[in-house]
Design a protein around this ligand. Structure first.
Ligand code: 6PG
Length: 255
């Protein structure tokens, strides 16, 4: 693993050889974060993302080698975003995590706080907000112990897309994102929630993401306004795990 120094506000950037190494590294970060949070607060609230990159991480955490290294009774799963589809649907972020991880570990059903993609988008976003408030017990911004995010080639993260109104949301915890067709619509956590997390973990792989990473890390004009670039924890920490392919454009300034 190689650490790159980029703009301090971007947190720590670690370059791993490939998806497998990145997934193993993220699994150990998950295990440590859960242990620390459970020791301190008797709970670990984590919000996870969809997409292809975190799937290997979920499979690892649900596997023999990791299953017993986390006290799943104290872990609460939330989602950074969801597609507006039923939970059985192939495109469902809940289903992807359920098949790879949640169904493989001793996690109480009440600890699964999913976004109901099958409901009307705005109602689902409001219900999810209520669920988060019920869990975090208050009206202020909730503090997730860990939020796992990916990034698209266009610089979107969760379902916060460049130029979308959802990126400017300052009051709600979760909002609907209308992308034309109903099945394409999404529900996403908003930036203030992401930026209030104790720890943010970005997982980014593949050369298709190299150009946008360089725009973000080298603070090019467009790079400054991309949703992924607007994730800057106010009090928490942030780690970007990227693979060699995704790091190819980044000017290397070694430690
Ligand atoms: C989703 C995600 C989304 C994802 C990026 C990257 O629901 O799709 O939450 O934000 O993280 O699109 O996706 P890949 O990991 O597949 O490149």
């Amino acid at each position: 693993m190689e650490t790159l120094i980029v703009d301090k506000s971007k947190g720590r950037v670690e370059v791993l050889p490939d998806l497998e190494a990145l997934s193993l590294r993220s699994a150990s970060i998950f295990v440590n974060a859960s242990a620390n949070s459970i020791a301190a607060k008797k709970r670990f609230a984590v919000a996870i993302s969809g997409g292809s990159t975190p799937r290997r991480l979920y499979a690892l955490l649900g596997s023999e080698g990791y299953r017993d290294r986390v006290d799943w009774q104290q872990v609460h799963f939330f989602w950074a975003d969801e597609r507006c589809v039923p939970k059985e649907d192939e495109a469902s972020n809940f289903r992807a995590a359920f098949d790879a991880l949640l169904s493989k570990v001793a996690l109480p059903e009440k600890n699964i706080h999913r976004i109901k993609g099958e409901e009307a988008p705005d109602q689902s976003a409001r219900d999810y907000e209520e669920e988060i408030r019920r869990f975090s017990g208050g009206l202020g911004w909730p503090v997730f112990d860990l939020i796992i995010l990916g990034m698209g080639e266009d610089g979107h993260t969760a379902s916060l897309f460049p130029g979308s109104k959802s990126v400017e949301e300052t009051a709600r915890l979760a909002v609907p994102v209308y992308l034309g067709e109903p099945k394409k619509n999404r529900i996403t956590l908003t930036l203030p929630v992401l930026n209030n997390a104790d720890q943010i973990l970005f997982l980014v792989t593949g050369f298709s993401k190299a150009a946008v990473l360089s725009e973000i890390f080298e603070e090019k004009e467009r790079g400054k306004i991309l949703p992924a670039a607007l994730v800057n924890p106010t009090h928490g920490s942030m780690i970007w795990l990227i693979d060699q392919e995704a790091a190819r454009e980044l000017r290397k300034r070694r430690v």
